[in-house]
Design a protein around this ligand. Structure first.
Ligand code: GLN
Length: 493
């Protein structure tokens, strides 16, 4: 199925930073670049199904503005001006529908742009369209979308991961050179791992969440996706920074992330201490994944890094803690979808009460996974159970953060697998929610602790031939370390 993965030649094969250079040098126009990706979407998306909406006209209009800037010799709006992007359909836009892949929001058009979207527009980045996801970003395979299941470009019978499977598949298929995802428990890093692309979950508070449809507010973070580490760094610099519309966004300048990636590209990691978490070495991890991760550590060591084993005992309890907190927050956040304010309204025939209309709208609008989580989250927060579940989960959350804190007294960065196996078959886990939840074991801990993480390609597993991702984790607001080590690892492969 190789024809669906990133092509080896032509504009669509090139990394974003190279396309940006070519556009500013006048070697190609942004319109040509944008059109090349739109053509690629046209050719491949009936199979891949990465996009829920393609906005060719708006993308080309944005490209023309960049071409005018180049022609008139004005300063580029950003380091990625003119390079198009695929946007997860969880961020609201005024010029395209935002569905969160739910029937609840079918055809919904926002009256305002998410802050990240506004920043992309100001940076001269044409938005190709809105990508598929698990409904309201809940899931690990993109099969919970109410509209379509996205395919993994490396094997069309397999999932691209989730919830951000649309963005990851678009990158892997050469449909877009840049993407935006959101990560509540792994939705950027896990699909990146399964598709052989790069995905970064920034430090909590590092990127504005204004205009991002809330999943679990204490965990959600927007992040950059691309095919190279430098491209994610450049995009991170554009979307990051304080936003007065998001009370959780931190008021400190974005670090020099692209510089860190360029420094890392030398491949030299001497003086860098990299932690290997004992608890990430788990039974159930696929042999082919284990081999690639062992090899990754050996490579990092050859590049000069010191590998230190670190103990994080609370990670063994991460599943229960994450899902109780996630579902509790979901049950509260999704209460706003009541058939009165946004999207779907069902049963409003004048014969039913407001309560009945709300119940019917939610019954028809939400898919089974969303309902499961709203019900379980409501239960966990209810009187009499709050202490036993929610409060207990918050205590585990604190222990996990303390484990990280202790580990980062010994090391600069932590590395390990992003996911226990390579991409699984479509349909394989849809009837087994617990197996689906378990798949995110390695990506969850840092969301609970608010830390930044990255998945960077670590080659293909020998047993399945499919991509494996190396996960890197850094202390809060030290996102630059991810880019340095990630770029060094990428350069050394
Ligand atoms: N798979 C995890 C979940 O279903 C994480 C999803 C996400 O990061 N949005 O909750």
């Amino acid at each position: 199925m190789t024809e669906y993965t990133l092509p080896h030649e032509g504009l669509v094969s090139k990394p974003a930073h190279e396309l940006a250079r070519m556009i500013q040098a006048g070697e190609v126009t942004s319109r040509q670049v944008t059109q090349a990706f739109l053509d690629r979407i046209d050719e491949t998306d009936s199979e891949i199904k990465a996009f829920l909406h393609v906005g060719a006209e708006a993308a080309l209009a944005a490209a023309d503005e960049v071409d005018a800037q180049v022609k008139e010799g004005r300063e580029p709006a950003s380091a990625l001006a003119g390079v198009p992007l695929a946007l997860k359909d969880l961020l609201v836009t005024t010029d395209a529908p935002t569905t969160a892949a739910s029937k609840m929001l079918e055809g919904y058009i926002s009256p305002y742009d998410a802050t990240v979207v506004a920043k992309l527009r100001a940076a001269g980045i044409p938005i190709l369209g809105k990508t598929n996801l698990d409904e309201f970003a809940m899931g690990s395979s993109t099969e919970n979308s109410a509209y379509q299941a996205t395919k993994n470009p490396h094997d069309l019978e397999r999932v691209p991961g989730g919830s951000g499977g649309g963005t990851a598949a678009a990158l892997a298929a050469g449909q877009a050179p840049l993407g935006i995802g959101t990560d509540t428990g792994g939705s950027i890093r896990q699909p990146a791992s399964l598709t052989g692309t790069v995905g970064v979950k920034p430090t909590y508070g590092g990127v504005s969440r204004y205009g991002v449809i809330a999943c679990a507010s204490s965990l959600d973070q927007v992040g950059p996706c691309a095919n190279t580490v430098l491209d994610t760094a450049l995009l991170h610099e554009i979307i990051g920074g304080h936003d007065e519309f998001d009370a959780t966004s931190v008021d400190s300048p974005v670090k020099a992330l692209a510089d860190a990636a360029r420094e890392g590209a030398s491949g030299n990691l001497s003086g860098v201490r990299i932690g290997r978490v004992k608890q990430f070495d788990r039974p159930g991890t696929q042999d082919g994944v284990r081999e690639r991760i062992d090899e990754a550590f050996a490579q990092l060591e050859r590049q000069g890094a010191e590998i230190v084993e670190v103990d994080c005992p609370s990670f063994d309890d991460v599943m229960g803690a994450y899902y109780i907190i996630q579902m509790s927050e979901v049950s509260s956040n999704l209460a706003r979808f009541d058939g009165m304010r946004y999207g779907l309204r069902a049963g409003d025939d004048g014969k039913h009460s407001a309560e009945e209309v709300m119940a019917q709208s939610r019954g028809e609008g939400f898919g089974p996974e969303v309902k499961r989580r709203v019900i379980m989250g409501t239960y966990a927060l209810s009187v009499g159970y709050y202490d036993a579940y929610y409060l207990q989960a918050q205590r585990v959350r604190t222990l996990i953060a303390q484990d990280f804190q202790r580990a980062f007294e010994q090391v600069d960065v932590i590395a390990g697998p992003a996911v226990p196996t390579t991409a699984f078959k479509l349909g394989e886990k849809v009837d087994d929610p617990l197996a689906m939840y378990n798949f995110d074991l390695f990506t969850l801990p840092l969301n609970l602790a608010g830390l930044p993480g990255m998945s960077v390609p670590a080659g293909n597993a020998a047993d399945t031939g499919l991509p494996v991702g190396l996960q890197l984790i850094a202390p809060a607001f030290e996102d630059d370390r991810l880019y340095k080590v990630g770029a060094a690892f990428e350069a050394g492969r």
